[in-house]
Design a protein around this ligand. Structure first.
Ligand code: FAD
Length: 401
């Protein structure tokens, strides 16, 4: 029997899976993407960092697939002539209170075999790497890189098409019916019958999972991250990437400086609750999405636990001076006018349990012939090619083909 495999979602993860399947010649492969272009959501709205694996719990899927994925993304960029720049990352403790958390990042980095990692305890040495930084200690990952994930996704999509796969844009999936070994899928523009379906719907992954009858938990509670551009005449303040020591109680990495692949420097992202899953500013409000988030039982314990941080992040989103204050901790020469404009934002598809607990690791569920990626937040772009190999090997039973 010829396999007919459908993939929901034309972000980097869905397209990487389609590419892995078509490269193996596994039957017919069709990607259904609701937008008129690929990479329209998280994949085209992120920091563009190829993470080297500093943060993730050793042994987790994130740790394993980030390490493997980093190498695969680098090879892919080399093969396609796409930019890949190892600008390096410095995670900086600004004072002694942050040293225990920095030590934990160092421990995880060593366990995750982050290449050429170095611990720096001499502030003067910090400034050899980042001349304008202030801090008491840091870990340095020289192989952390930057790329353009939207271009990578387009290049992967070209491989999919060249190998006979089909990518249908403007085909939003509205209904999924599992009937024995057959999966019937209706979109707003077409109907399909597949033998397998893989759902990589990012911010909508829980909603699409519900169409298959999956448990509503974990749920995506959307958090927006906003970036400010550093004015072009001040980009020399940053050579590579300068990150804070992340707060271990919170899943996001904190406002940082990143020299992008096209030499722009951006500051961010923060983390504020998004009032629409695909809302890229405060003025985009979806009453449905907001109501769905508010009535999720897990939202309340989460809000109770993190309300101080929430107020702090929202205030800094609305008041530039407060955002500037967060960034200036590491780069004292930064002036408010150097933050030129809020230029970009992205919404994270982070999954949370019913009790408000964070689902930290990547998560893949299987419901008969349907495989659903339920949690693929950062570093899923870095890990995308490795996630594709993992899904093929462990969730599609196609290894023998
Ligand atoms: C602010 C921010 C910064 C980040 N920084 C980094 C970073 O530096 N490095 C890194 O590795 N990762 C980073 N990430 C995470 C990374 O961007 C994501 O993990 C990754 O892009 C996930 O890819 P995806 O294909 O699963 O999701 P997406 O890119 O969101 O794609 C999902 C696709 O599914 C489509 N879809 C949804 N519902 C339907 C439907 N019903 N029918 C058809 N199509 C549907 C959507 O339109 C979308 O195109 C960041 C994320 C954010 C938001």
């Amino acid at each position: 029997m010829t396999e007919r495999i459908g993939i929901v979602g034309g972000g980097i993860v869905g397209i990487a899976i389609a590419r892995a399947l078509t490269a193996r010649g596994v039957g017919e492969v069709t990607v259904l993407e609701k937008e008129r272009r690929l990479a329209a959501h998280q994949t085209g709205h992120n920091s563009g960092v190829v993470h080297a694996g500093l943060y993730y719990a050793p042994g987790s899927l994130k740790a394993q697939l980030c390490a493997a994925g980093r190498v695969l993304i680098r090879e892919f960029c080399q093969e396609k002539g796409l930019p890949y720049r190892e600008v390096g990352k410095l995670v900086v403790a600004v004072d002694d209170t942050e040293l225990p958390a920095l030590a934990e990042i160092e421990r995880r980095s060593i366990a995750n075999k982050v290449p050429r990692l170095a611990r720096i305890d001499d502030p003067a040495h910090l400034r050899d790497i980042e001349p304008h930084v202030a801090g008491v200690a840091a870990v340095h990952s020289p192989e952390t890189a930057v790329v353009d994930y939207a271009s990578i996704t387009e290049a992967m999509a070209q491989d999919v098409r060249a190998a006979g796969g089909t990518i249908l844009l403007g085909h939003g999936v509205t209904e999924i019916t599992v009937d024995g070994d057959t999966v019937r899928v209706a979109t707003d523009a077409s109907e399909h019958e597949f033998t397998r379906l893989v759902v990589c719907a990012g911010l909508q992954s829980d909603i699409v999972a519900k169409l298959v009858g999956a448990d509503p938990s974990p749920k995506i509670l959307p958090f927006r991250g906003e970036y400010w551009a550093l004015s072009p005449d001040r980009t020399d303040l940053v050579s590579g990437m300068i990150y804070p020591v992340p707060d271990p109680r919170f899943p996001f990495l904190g406002v940082h400086f990143t020299r992008g692949v096209y030499d722009d420097v951006h500051v961010g992202p923060n983390a504020v609750p998004a009032l629409a899953r695909e809302g890229y500013g405060w003025l985009t409000i979806s009453p449905k999405d907001t109501w769905e988030s508010l009535r999720w039982p897990g939202a309340w314990p989460l809000a109770k636990r993190h309300w101080r941080m929430g107020v702090d992040e929202i205030s800094a989103s609305l008041v530039k001076r407060l955002y500037f204050g967060k960034a200036r901790r590491f780069v004292p020469e930064l002036r408010m006018a150097d933050l030129e404009a809020k230029t970009a934002s992205g919404v994270r598809a982070q999954a949370w349990g019913r009790d408000g607990s964070l689902l930290d690791d990547f998560a893949v569920d299987r419901i008969g012939p349907v495989t659903v990626l339920r949690n693929a937040p950062s570093p899923a772009a870095t890990s995308s090619i490795a996630i594709a190999e993992h899904v093929l090997q462990h969730h599609l039973d196609l290894a023998a083909t």
